[in-house]
Design a protein around this ligand. Structure first.
Ligand code: SF4
Length: 236
């Protein structure tokens, strides 16, 4: 059994190709720009079986093509490792590509078992220094870096994602720091810098809680694209 927030039948931004995206319920972090504060509470959402979600995802198979598949996002999917493992195992048996969108903040034997049935990890390396991580995200930078190291050891392909926030990390120096963090990690196949948006503010208002990053302005998409050009992918 697992708890999910929702299922997006066909998405094109969370991994390669066309994908069924399952948003898991529950997250141990509190990123200042989080788009899904309604996924934080691990007791909320809808209880489902892995079999039920697998059957739903498998219905979209004709749309997946050669690249697509299923992506588990959230929230933090790795808060429910047994559920994710079961779901991914079924997908793998059925030949459906599995992608895991994670903050990389959790590590234990069950998480390791999930990686055995994961084809691609979308690792959110949210900031490039420990002070920003502790202030804006809610854990140390060490945690996602440890996760990244494990992906290197296991040779699991990975995309790095970072939200670019003006006044926090929208500089060439930040991209250079990111380049240094991923250097020596040939499993990193792609880096996506995503512009900070504020459309999620209505969710915070509805929940009656402050939106921590309300004080920052949104990032023009072209600025994120420009910074992305300074990314250096590690060579194999
Ligand atoms: S890890 Fe994701 S879901 Fe959790 S607080 Fe951060 S952005 Fe939100």
């Amino acid at each position: 059994m697992g708890r999910i927030h929702s299922i997006q039948s066909l998405g094109t931004v969370d991994g390669p190709g066309v994908r069924c995206v399952v948003f898991c319920q529950g997250c141990p972090l509190r990123c200042g720009y989080c788009h899904n504060p309604d996924t934080w509470d691990p007791a909320a959402g809808r209880e489902v079986t892995a079999e039920e979600v697998f059957r739903q995802a498998a219905r979209f198979r004709p749309y997946f093509g050669t690249e697509g598949g299923i992506t588990l996002s959230g929230g933090e999917p790795l808060l429910q490792p047994a559920f994710v493992r079961e779901l991914f195992s079924r997908c793998k048996e059925a030949g459906i590509h599995t992608a895991l969108d994670t903050s990389g903040a959790l590590w234990n034997e069950e998480v390791e078992a999930v990686l055995a049935v994961t084809d691609l990890v979308l690792l959110d390396l949210k900031m490039t220094n420990d002070a920003d991580y502790r202030q804006h995200i809610g854990c140390s930078l060490e945690k996602p870096l440890f996760f990244l190291e494990k992906l290197r050891e296991k040779g699991i392909p990975c995309w790095i994602r970072q939200v670019i926030v003006p006044g926090v990390n929208d500089t060439e120096e930040n991209v250079e720091a990111l380049n240094r963090l991923i250097a020596g990690h040939p499993q990193v196949k792609r880096v996506q810098l995503l512009p900070f948006k504020k459309i999620c503010k209505t969710k915070y208002d509805q929940m009656g809680i402050p939106f921590p990053f309300d004080r920052y302005s949104h990032c023009p998409p072209e600025r994120a694209k420009e910074l992305e050009k300074a990314v250096r992918l590690p060579s194999v």
